[in-house]
Design a protein around this ligand. Structure first.
Ligand SMILES: C[S@@+](CC[C@H](N)C(=O)[O-])C[C@H]1O[C@@H](n2cnc3c(N)ncnc32)[C@H](O)[C@@H]1O
Length: 326
């Protein structure tokens, strides 16, 4: 495989699966949609704008960590310059990862960067960016869901594997799902492989709540965009004016939850069915779980990892942890 090519794998999910998931979610007593479907080309673009929003501190915190502490992070992740597959799950546009990659290229580490993402569009953006800014980087992008992609990499790994899971993507799972995810991740790796995972930490509730309810309405547009996507790709007729974004943060659970609220009783038609909405009925869209440091350490030990080191931003709002598979 040449460097800097997007592997044209079949779509990571079929239109049929998208349809089945949407119908199942909208048939549940509390209607829900899976946040993994947020990322079509428009969703990718809105998310890139969210990362620049003044309220969305997560991006700036993690960028600070990766930019300022990349030498120390590299030392823990790569104890020598042996050949390594550097896999990134849900890589997005790689803006923050760039700092780490630049350091690795500059120091001549023998890495092949293998970003995995469900959005083919963002993989093209990422590949073009890296080609432009880091032409020496060896890179093979994989268009797939997290573990399908990791499986293809693990079929023929180089000497060592390092996995990045940044941006608090892990926060989009409930705690028990995040634990199952880490167990699965551990089972996919060999002892000695390492992971770098970004967790958003608990902090003043208002700071968290505002990050998911920005004044420019970007998060609202991001959520509403999934309804547009369902209309375009699945032939539904959502009237997006009849839905409003609402999000709430519960400090006791550390969960920020986003909903769309139906503003009036109405129905939405799909080619083979109709979905009824009451006034004020909710669609559960996404959770963003915040963590205490002790919960992160517990998660490592419960799932077969040894915590090696934690890297914080100056305000200690966010942490990137390095764990080793044991
Ligand atoms: C919130 S963005 C974060 C991107 C990047 N990690 C960062 O920190 O900037 C989440 C990314 O994960 C991808 N993603 C979400 N669910 C996925 C899944 N199940 N499998 C693969 N990629 C997924 C999305 O397409 C999107 O690019």
């Amino acid at each position: 495989m040449n460097g800097n090519t997007v592997i044209n794998r079949p779509f990571p999910f079929s239109a049929r699966q998208f349809y089945d998931d949407v119908v199942e979610g909208l048939s549940a007593p509390l209607k829900r949609l899976s946040s993994k479907y947020f990322y079509d080309a428009r969703g990718d673009e809105i998310f890139r704008q969210i990362m620049q929003a003044p309220e969305y501190y997560l991006f700036r915190c993690e960028r600070e960590i990766l930019e300022r502490q990349r030498a120390a992070i590299t030392e823990v992740l790569f104890s020598d310059t042996a050949a390594t597959d550097l896999v990134e799950l849900g890589a997005g546009d790689g803006t923050k990862t760039f700092f780490l990659l630049e350091h690795l290229v500059y120091r001549k580490y023998a890495v092949v960067y293998r970003p995995i993402d469900i959005s083919q569009h963002i993989l093209h953006t990422l590949t073009a960016n890296m080609q432009d800014r880091l032409p020496e980087l060896r890179m093979d992008a994989v268009h797939a869901e997290y573990f399908d992609g990791l499986e293809t990499v693990m079929l023929r790994p180089s000497q060592r594997v390092v996995v990045l899971f940044l941006g608090a993507n892990i926060g989009n799972m409930a705690k028990e799902d995040a634990e199952a995810f880490c167990r699965h991740l551990r089972a996919s790796l060999r002892p000695g492989d390492k992971v770098l995972i970004g967790f958003d930490l608990v902090k003043h509730p208002r700071i968290i709540q505002r990050a998911y309810d920005d004044r420019a309405g970007l998060t609202a547009a991001f959520n509403i965009n999934l309804l547009h996507r369902i209309n375009t790709e699945l032939g539904a007729d959502f009237n997006t004016d009849l839905f409003e974004h609402y999000c709430t943060y519960v400090p006791e659970t550390g969960q920020c939850v986003s909903y769309l609220v139906s503003l009036e009783a109405h129905q939405v038609n799909f080619p083979d069915r109709t979905v009824q909405f009451d006034r004020d009925e909710l669609i559960h869209m996404e959770i963003s779980q915040k963590y205490r440091e002790s919960e992160i350490t517990d998660m490592a030990s419960k799932t077969g990892f040894l915590p090696l080191r934690s890297f914080y931003d100056e305000r200690r709002w966010f942490v990137d942890v390095v764990w080793e598979a044991v």
